[in-house]
Write a protein that binds this ligand. Structure first.
Ligand SMILES: [Zn+2]
Length: 243
């Protein structure tokens, strides 16, 4: 320890400063949480929106397929009618049989096609139910998000108000720090926040657990400024370890 070891500083002041820095850490982390909560909510709404869109696309695709199948069915039915008409005017047995075969093949194809259309329509029903569910989920997510944003915003107002109050307190207590150490204090607190101060915890630094010598402890007992030899924190006796 250099000349800094001779500076007297009140244990009570260090305790208070540490308490205030801890409050600041807590307030900052709660303030930072707000935008993250909103972002997470936006992700949920975006996912629900994408689910609705893909449900709509699935219905669209299923309808296109079903329409195509119905058109094929209708086309084949029209052709069958033409073939039926030709059947009556067939010039030969051979032509008659060929026409008969064609009609039979078309009939068979349309039977299969009808089943497929029925299945496609059933599938559209299922998809429409899924769409309704996705739309309900989107509505739920949107309204939950509106509530969330309002809650976060009003909480932010309170937290920022609290922060301003605690910062004011900090400034008032920092004014009591001996001038010779203020520069160091400012540097280390702006770099490490609440970890710039540490209570003595069973003869160790409460910040980094470095064991302190008897001489360190004795120096601290005299309210002389002591920095942790390892993490550089401003050490102080906590309430239950008062000198
Ligand atoms: Zn330490």
């Amino acid at each position: 320890m250099s000349s800094a070891s001779k500076i007297e500083i009140s244990t009570e002041l260090l305790r208070t400063l540490h308490r205030i820095h801890r409050q600041l850490t807590d307030l900052h982390s709660r303030i930072d949480r707000g935008p993250r909560q909103i972002k997470a909510g936006e992700t949920l709404v975006a996912k629900a929106t994408a689910d609705v869109e893909s449900a709509r696309q699935a219905i669209k695709a299923a309808k296109v397929t079903s329409d195509e199948k119905q058109l094929q069915l209708a086309t084949r039915e029209a052709r069958m009618k033409e073939l039926q008409a030709k059947l009556n005017t067939a010039a030969s047995n051979r032509e008659f049989n060929t026409l008969k075969d064609q009609i039979a093949a078309d009939e068979q194809a349309n039977l299969v096609q009808s089943d497929e259309i029925f299945e496609a329509l059933e599938q559209i029903d299922v998809l429409e139910k899924a769409l309704a569910e996705a739309e309900a989920e989107l509505k739920k997510q949107q309204s939950e998000h509106t509530v969330r944003v309002k809650e976060v915003e009003s909480k932010q107002v309170i937290l920022k108000d609290d922060l301003a109050g605690v910062e004011q307190q900090l400034a008032a207590y920092e004014a009591k720090i001996p001038a010779a150490v203020l520069g160091d204090y400012k540097r280390i607190t702006s770099a490490k926040g609440e970890d710039a101060l540490a209570p003595v915890d069973e003869n160790s630094c409460g910040g980094c657990y470095q064991t302190l010598t008897t001489q360190h402890i004795e120096t601290l007992r005299m309210s002389v400024l002591m920095r942790c030899p390892n993490c550089n924190a401003f050490l102080y006796f906590p309430e239950n370890l008062s000198p």
